[in-house]
Ligand binder design. Structure first.
Ligand code: FES
Ligand SMILES: [Fe+2]
Length: 448
């Protein structure tokens, strides 16, 4: 295994390409990052009644998330404790039990092993069923509608893990009293791309918008407002910020209060909704978030693999499938209080922009696939790539958490994503992983 410090240099914004292709590094990621982080499982709206379940992944481990009789939530590995078969094949549904296809063991939806065929004849009643229940995750918790879990019982609480990122997340999750919901079904796409390239792209890469997406933006952007010129000319603009330095979580945000809906044919319908509900957002979130951020184009990244964009309204999780592949699941997420017409317009637009045939996603998929392929050769894997744009511009801003740089064309966020990656890869346990939520703390914990 390579020396981990050679792989990432936070101070110069350098990454070794090996991290996008090496199988050993990937295995370490599964253990040190996906085995310990809080990972997104489901939205509360997908699990309303007891017995409602979703099949998803934590890293490469398949899990079943199940609403319990007492309305609590449990998540189990989706594997039979007898001979390891997959327990449930359905993506989602409602069931009071999970019965294995192989020899017929059945488990209650609370995880207990309840039925074993031929228990008396074959096991002579010697099988202690209480020892063969489904295996639960170590911790499960929700934050304003989003359900997360971790395999690490020593992981900090979800609240602490999210840290000051919660202040930004609330711009979407808590702007309206009814909260949010996912609509439509998950659009599932497999891409031959290393998972980190996709995450860092949405996390901080405003640079590619005006170039890689020039065609898509021309076709989809019906309105003409400031937030759209983020591509090339407004590097120093005050109208948008990159925010990082919050335990690996990042935000890209325009600050105009309406550019999020600029890529819609019927943007006026969305802008009317914003006008009608602006006062509520300001009352709940205050001036900066309610006035400037709610309705703006925003990219949220919850480290390591959850991203969602209010305004464009897509919500996405990446499930790694080896160093050169991932599966991404995309939903449309909306405020519950939106009208059915507006929700339908948003759902259609998510398909048009970031669905399997979405114009923006195809631009990104092509570039990221090629970058993955160009990092796996014997020679190219020894090369470096860089996120060294706008170094030294980081500052604090009154009333806003995190480390902030001006504009969306800035590689600050990617640097902090890779810094977190390295911190987790190097740490033996959570007690070795630093926590920081602003510039001062980020500087104080650098290299520790
Ligand atoms: S593997 Fe599930 S019952 Fe045997
Ligand atoms: Fe993109």
């Amino acid at each position: 295994m390579e020396n981990l410090d050679d792989l990432i240099d936070f101070k110069t914004g350098r990454q070794k390409r090996l991290i996008y292709s090496d199988a050993e590094i990937y295995d370490q990621e599964m253990e040190k990052i996906f085995g310990r982080s809080w990972l997104f499982l489901a939205h509360e709206c997908q699990l309303e009644k007891p017995g409602d379940f979703i099949r998803t992944y934590m890293g490469e481990d398949e899990v079943l998330v199940v609403r319990q009789k007492d309305n609590g939530l449990k998540a189990f590995l989706n594997t039979c404790t007898h001979r390891g078969n997959r327990l449930c094949k359905a993506d989602h549904g409602n069931s009071k039990s999970f019965v294995c296809n192989y020899h017929g063991w059945s488990f209650s939806y609370n995880g207990e092993l309840t039925g074993v065929p031929l228990e008396e004849a074959a096991y002579q009643n010697n099988l202690d069923k209480s020892k063969f229940g489904m295996i639960e995750v170590a911790q499960i918790a929700s934050y304003k509608g989003l359900i997360f879990a971790t395999f690490d019982e020593k992981a900090p609480s979800l609240e602490e893990y999210l840290g000051d990122m919660k202040w930004y997340l609330d711009v979407w999750l808590d702007a309206m009293p009814e909260g949010t919901e996912l609509i439509g079904t998950a659009m599932k796409v497999e891409l031959p791309v290393n998972w980190k390239l996709a995450v860092e792209n949405v996390s901080g890469d405003g640079y590619h918008l005006g170039w890689a997406h020039a065609g898509a933006m021309t076709v989809t952007a019906e309105s003409d407002i400031a937030g759209l010129s983020v591509g090339n000319s407004d590097v120093d603009n005050e109208s948008a910020i990159s925010v990082a330095g919050m335990n690996g979580h990042t935000v890209l945000a325009a600050l105009d209060g309406k550019s999020g809906y600029a890529f819609y044919n019927e943007y006026q319908m969305a802008w009317d909704y914003l006008d009608q509900n602006r006062a509520t957002a300001v009352e709940r979130l205050g001036e900066i978030r309610g006035e400037k951020m709610w309705g703006s184009q925003i990219n949220f990244t919850v480290f390591p693999n959850l991203q969602f964009l209010p305004g464009l309204n897509w919500f996405r999780i990446y499930h790694p499938k080896g160093p050169g592949k991932f599966e991404m699941w995309t939903w449309a997420m909306v405020d519950k209080r939106m009208s059915d017409d507006l929700k339908e317009m948003i759902l259609n637009n998510v398909s048009r922009t970031f669905g399997p045939a979405g114009m923006f996603d195809n631009d990104d998929g092509d570039n990221l696939q090629a970058a993955t392929e160009q990092s796996r050769g014997w020679r190219t894997s020894q090369m470096d790539i860089y996120t060294n744009m706008a170094m030294g511009n980081e500052h604090s801003r009154e009333g806003m958490p995190g480390v902030i740089s001006e504009g969306l064309v800035c590689e600050q966020n990617q640097r902090y994503v890779y810094r977190r990656w390295l911190e987790m890869m190097k740490a033996d346990s959570w007690s070795d992983i630093p926590f920081y939520n602003n510039l001062e703390e980020a500087r104080a914990t650098e290299d520790k």
